[in-house]
Design a protein around this ligand. Structure first.
Ligand code: ATP
Length: 208
C-alpha cells in the first residue's frame, strides 16, 4: 500500500491518499489540544496508543456486527481505513452525568443515568460544533432519516459493547463521541477513532 498525498491534517491525525481510491491511511499524531484548540501541546506516545486502542476496539465492534472503516494496522501510528464521506454529525452517548451535560442541565457529575442518552452536534469548526437535533439535521440535509436511524442503532450497540469491554478492565465508560461515514455505495460505517481522546473513562473503583 503506497502512502500518497496528504489530504488533511487535523488536530489528532493526518489523512493520506493511497493507490486505492477506496482506501486511506490515517496517521496518529502526538499533538494534544483542549478547549477547541486554544490550548496545545504534545504527549509523547499518545498517537501510538490511540492508533492501537482504536483499532482493537474497531475490531471488537466488527465482531459484534457493527460495520467500521477499519482495514489494517500497518505500523504503530498508521492504519489503512475505508474512505468515507463523513456524516457531519458528532454522536455523543452518555451513561453517567459529566462535562457539558452536567453543566447544561445544572446537575452533579457522576450520577448514573436510568438509560443511556444520545445527542448530536453539527460537525462544523467555524460554528464550534453546536448541539443539533434530528429535525435540524434533516432540515439541513446532513443525513437522511434512515441514516440517522442506522447511526442511532449502531451507537447504542457500540455503547453496550464498549461498556462490557471497559468493565472487564475495571474501567467505567462515562461518555464518548462517535463519527460515522458513507462508503461509496452509501453504506453507513463507524469511522474516525475510539480512544482516550474521544471517551471519558473513569476508574471503576475510585470513580476518577
Ligand atoms: P475535525 O474532525 O473537526 O477535523 P480533528 O482536527 O480533531 O477534527 P482529526 O481526528 O485530527 O480531526 O483528523 C481526522 C479527520 O479525518 C477528521 O476530520 C475525521 O472526520 C476524518 N476521518 C476519519 N475517518 C475517516 C475515513 N474513514 N474517511 C474519511 N475521513 C475520515
Amino acid at each position: 500500500m503506497v502512502k500518497g498525498e496528504q489530504l488533511y491534517e487535523g488536530k489528532a491525525k493526518k489523512v493520506f491518499a493511497t493507490d486505492d481510491p477506496e482506501l486511506l491511511i490515517v496517521s496518529y499524531k502526538d499533538d494534544a489540544t483542549a478547549f477547541n484548540g486554544l490550548k496545545r501541546g504534545t504527549i509523547a506516545g499518545k498517537g501510538v496508543i490511540n492508533n492501537k486502542m482504536s483499532n482493537a476496539l474497531m475490531k471488537l465492534l466488527e465482531k459484534s456486527g457493527i460495520p467500521t472503516h477499519y482495514v489494517e494496522e500497518i505500523n504503530d501510528r498508521d492504519t489503512i481505513v475505508k474512505k468515507v464521506q463523513i456524516v457531519p454529525l458528532e454522536v455523543i452517548i452518555r451513561n453517567i452525568t459529566a462535562g457539558s451535560f452536567a453543566k447544561r442541565y445544572g446537575v452533579a457529575e457522576g450520577i448514573p443515568m436510568k438509560s443511556p442518552t444520545i445527542e448530536f452536534s453539527y460537525k462544523n469548526d467555524e460554528l464550534g460544533d453546536p448541539l443539533i437535533n434530528e429535525y435540524h439535521a434533516l432540515a439541513l440535509e446532513l443525513a437522511t432519516k434512515e441514516e440517522i436511524e442506522t447511526i442511532k442503532d449502531y451507537s447504542f450497540k457500540v455503547n453496550e459493547e464498549l461498556k462490557k469491554f471497559w468493565a472487564s478492565c475495571g474501567v467505567t465508560l462515562v461518555d464518548f463521541k462517535l463519527e460515522f461515514g458513507r462508503l461509496s455505495d452509501g453504506t453507513i460505517v463507524l469511522a474516525d477513532e475510539i480512544s482516550p481522546d474521544t471517551c471519558r473513562l473513569w476508574d471503576s473503583e475510585t470513580g476518577m
